[in-house]
Unconditional design. Structure first.
Length: 473
């Protein structure tokens, strides 16, 4: 791989303009290019891209890739820019390839229960549309309203419902992918299984735009689940909460759809942000949100009752049940707004995304709290506890300068991630590596990284696809 790219010339701009057309190119206008230099990671790293291209077809994407490959021009694919690992940030300038105009739902095939979509579809739009046919797309993240399907596939996004339905990879049946050379591959399709050789389909999911440009996606759908209820369960300690949730899962007649964790600090900040309070907030150190589903409203009570009872037997301080949309929204609003609430206190807040076997979470929380005390910082944590995936968010103390804090925060997040690896975990559970975690990816993967690099070199020999991401070059 090489970071030895050629600067764009007026001839390049003319050639790229000829591919996408006058209205689908942003060039020379710093204000309009600026939104494409950052994402939701809160980082303003990187310069403006030289040019933003908004192709509307696979053919255009293929011609752009072939041109950039020939002329050693770096390309950064971009979905909706909601990423938290800096994946869509153009570290080397060059071309940002934005999929915002490739946003059509091409087909809902009810009989095969699949959807075929372009990558720029906002995930929630797909969820709404398939709901009209009584179907459900279960792979969505918490950022369902602000992320695109292409970005979800590129990061193998998770979310609250992974425990029951799986992460994005579990729902991807087919991909159309443009390689760096411009060659177009059709991987998988509407078929539900495939044992025919290496799964390049699976390789592309989670590759963060470093192996190919995803131009079409075939997704598995399932019938709409029945009505749901949400249980908000406060515990005196994280240990109690983490010990309780496997018992709650075992007690449930069906796998709960979600088991989320919020620690006391995150809950306090989320309540302040939402202008609300919840009972027992002062006595509890940890909270679970457990969502259960039933086939109809009459069956719902029989599904959540044993779950609630199991939590109480395991030491829950109380169990609050929300079985109306309004009450559920109030509970989920607290969880969904954890990050926004922290941004009020520290606008540059950045989070980790470690994943461990869920039994290691109490030890991880003990480690995080000791680290916070050692450095005199707050590190609120929330996440998808049933998946063992927690997001720690160190908050900048007032007495630290920006420079001092940038280094310290990175060190804190790195130490937490590497501790997770010691416990049999990994540095990212769902947000991906981008460039913010590529140093700890290298530390944690050892020999596996060499195999990953060999794949990258084979598919993108000039390293033009999303350079600086996953590998630090
Ligand atoms: C409030 C909030 C909550 C969030 N909750 C979750 C959550 O629950 N679970 C979770 O997993 N994530 C979550 N995220 C992170 C983020 O929403 C996901 O990573 C999402 O999948 C990114 O999608 P995007 O379309 O915004 O992609 P972008 O940020 O635009 O890009 C992300 C990566 O995908 C690549 N990419 C995008 N499109 C393509 C394409 N067509 N072909 C090839 N590569 C492509 C980019 O190069 C980049 O590396 C959250 C973010 C926020 C701000």
């Amino acid at each position: 791989m090489t970071a030895d790219f050629r600067a764009l010339t007026p001839d390049d701009i003319a050639a790229l303009r000829a591919i996408v057309g006058e209205t689908a190119i942003l060039y020379g206008d710093a204000d309009r290019l600026a939104p494409y230099r950052s994402d939701e990671s809160g980082h303003g790293h990187g310069a403006n891209p030289d040019v933003v291209l908004k192709p509307c077809s696979t053919d255009q994407v293929s011609r752009i890739a072939a041109y950039c490959n020939r002329h050693r021009i770096p390309m950064t694919p971009r979905g909706a820019g909601s990423g938290l690992a800096g994946g869509a940030i153009p570290l080397y300038g060059g071309v940002v390839l934005s999929f915002e105009r490739m946003s059509s739902i091409l087909e809902i095939d009810v009989e095969n229960m699949v959807a075929v979509v372009e990558p720029g579809v906002i995930t929630n739009d797909l969820c709404q549309r398939v709901g009209e046919d009584g179907l459900f797309y279960a792979g969505y993240p918490m950022s369902v309203q602000s992320s695109s399907i292409g970005g979800n596939v590129a990061c193998n996004a998770g979310g609250a419902k992974v425990i029951k339905y799986g992460a994005t990879a579990a729902h991807v049946l087919g991909l159309e992918v443009v390689l760096a050379s411009g060659e177009v591959l059709q991987l998988g399709g509407k078929r539900r299984k495939d044992s025919s050789g290496y799964s390049l389909l699976r390789l592309m999911v989670g590759s963060e735009g470093t192996l190919g440009l995803i131009t079409k996606i075939t997704l598995r759908l399932i019938p709409q689940p029945g009505p749901s209820a949400d249980l908000l369960v406060p515990f005196r300690s994280t240990e109690d909460a983490v010990a309780a949730f496997p018992k709650a899962i075992m007690a449930a007649p069906d796998m709960p759809a979600a088991v989320e964790f919020i620690d006391r600090l995150s809950m306090c900040h989320a309540m302040a942000y939402m202008g609300t309070t919840i009972p027992l907030a002062d006595n509890a150190d940890a909270f679970l949100i457990i969502q259960v589903e039933a086939k109809d409203a009459d069956a719902l009570f029989d599904v959540y009752r044993p779950v609630g009872e199991a939590c109480l037997e395991a030491g829950a301080l109380e169990v609050y049940v929300a079985d109306t949309l309004w009450a559920s929204e109030r509970i989920w609003g607290l969880r969904r707004n954890c990050l926004e609430a922290l941004r009020v206190i520290d606008p540059t807040v950045e989070g980790g995304d470690f994943v461990v076997p869920s039994t290691a979470i109490p030890a991880m929380m003990t480690f995080i709290r000791a680290l916070a005390d050692e450095h005199g910082v707050e590190i609120p944590c929330a996440g998808h506890v049933a998946d063992g995936n927690i997001h720690p968010h160190p908050l900048k103390p007032e007495d630290r300068s920006d420079d001092e804090w940038n280094g310290q925060r990175h060190e804190l997040l790195s130490r937490i991630a590497m501790k997770a690896v010691e416990y049999g975990g990994a540095v990212s559970g769902e947000h991906g590596v981008g460039f913010l975690k590529n140093d700890i990816l290298a530390q944690s993967k050892g020999d596996e990284l060499r195999a990953m690099k060999a794949i990258k070199d084979a598919l993108d020999p000039h390293g033009i696809l999303n350079p600086g991401k996953l590998f630090s070059n």
